[in-house]
Design a protein around this ligand. Structure first.
Ligand code: ATP
Ligand code: MG
Length: 395
């Protein structure tokens, strides 16, 4: 019996007007992510179908598990839509299983099929009961759930259900620019933004020689983890050293972080224009550090009119860490390399800064030309997902 991976869309099915666009995006994403595999993918308005080679199934499942827009999937046996064929196939499949209670659940999408869903449950249940000894039906809590979907040409029979990660397919929203540091929070923020369909470019502010190349490689590794959920990601590396040094030379020490972050936001806005980004995304979390009090956020945010999306703003650190562990970014994030924010930490950063003082302090040097220079000298790394990267990463 031939097998196929049967994919059910998640929240997608509620998006009536845009449904075709959402399905097409998911279809293209899957096609792209599975380009190195021997698969045949097809779709209709309710389901996607992937024909696969057995030896590649586990790899393909790993990829599906990291694709947004999938609610549930099944490895299904595919048979002709014909009553006798369905009956004999169900029996053949179920015969190999060990169970004492079961339930049949039929979904009849092809309304021309002669037997209604409820009657089909009885017919198939009867076939199983007659042929396998010592079992009974339990509709509440069955050990074995036999699911049958009757569609026009083919029908699908499956005993398994795998949960997808939900969300919207990446690319159903335009680009967002993620501020990706080597920390724990920003990769999680990026993941959550992608889950809403946002396509990401990442931006890393680097302060060589105060930060090391290892610190940059760590960000590349984090970016690669994120790329598994979409496809290749552009990582823009900003040379932040000159600006940072000027800040520390000229500005009040307690305002250094506030001003540094205002500079980052200004650069983010320019980069967004350059790369067609519609929002800045970052890992700020309310109250986590001095620069993330609501007062600080207000002062820092005031340099741009762009939307700043902070997916982890209201999560506890422990909640963020839990997601990071699931993503596999946590182990990379905790590697001990300095970030540009951690090398120049003032003893007492201001908790309640004002816009007026920030402007006064930053006007002590010509930051506009430095920002333009930083944008002009950007270094872009194409971070690629390699086939089986999950395994090689861990070795
Ligand atoms: P994280 O918050 O990711 O754990 P962190 O604690 O080093 O890293 P914070 O000081 O909390 O970073 O900064 C808040 C956010 O600002 C980060 O989540 C990230 O989005 C952004 N950010 C900080 N430093 C950098 C950097 N060097 N490059 C890019 N973005 C940065
Ligand atoms: Mg943080």
């Amino acid at each position: 019996m031939d097998k196929v991976i049967l994919i059910k869309y998640g929240e997608l099915s509620t998006k009536k007007g845009n449904l075709n666009f959402f399905i097409k995006t998911l279809f293209n994403n899957l096609k792209n992510k599975l380009r190195d595999y021997d698969v045949l993918i097809s779709k209709d308005r309710a389901r996607m179908y992937i024909e696969f080679k057995d030896s590649e199934l586990e790899d393909i499942k790993n990829i599906i598990d990291k694709t947004f827009g999938i609610h549930m999937y099944h490895i299904a046996n595919i048979v002709d839509t014909d009553l006798e064929t369905i009956k004999s196939s169900v029996l053949e499949i179920v015969k190999n299983e060990k169970f004492s209670t079961f339930k049949v659940e039929t979904k009849r999408s092809d309304k021309t099929f002669e037997v209604h869903s409820q009657d089909m449950n009885h017919v198939l249940g009867g076939v199983i009961l007659r042929n396998i000894p010592n079992i009974k039906v339990d509709v509440r809590n069955p050990e074995l759930l036999v699911q049958v979907e009757i569609r026009e040409k083919h029908s699908y029979i499956y005993l398994n259900s795998y949960k997808g990660i939900g969300g919207y397919p990446v690319g159903t929203q335009p680009r967002g620019m993620l501020m990706l540091s080597g920390g724990i929070d920003s990769p999680v923020a990026g993941y959550l933004a992608m889950k809403r369909g946002v396509k990401l470019d990442c931006v890393y502010f680097e302060a060589i020689p105060h930060t090391s190349l290892e610190a940059r490689n760590k960000v590349v590794d984090l970016c690669r983890k994120l790329a598994e959920y979409t496809d290749n990601i552009n990582l823009h590396v900003v040379n932040f050293t000159p600006i940072q040094e000027e800040i520390y030379k000229n500005c009040r020490e307690d305002y250094c972080i506030t001003i540094m972050r205002r500079m980052m936001y200004r650069i983010m806005e320019k980069l967004s224009k350059k790369y067609k980004g519609y929002a800045i995304v970052n890992g700020e979390s309310i109250g986590q550090v001095a620069s993330q009090t609501l007062t600080s956020m207000n002062v820092i945010n005031s340099v741009t009119n762009m939307p700043v999306i902070r997916p982890v703003a209201c999560l506890d650190k422990l909640e963020i860490m839990e997601i990071a562990r699931k993503l596999g970014t946590y182990e990379i994030s905790i590697l001990p390399f300095e970030d540009c924010c951690t090398v120049f930490v003032p003893k007492h950063p201001v908790i309640n800064p004002t816009i007026e003082t920030s402007i006064e302090e930053e006007n002590k040097f010509d930051y506009m030309s430095m920002i333009d220079e930083a944008v002009k000298t950007i270094n872009t790394i194409k971070v690629k997902v390699e086939k089986n990267s999950e395994y090689s990463d861990l070795l």
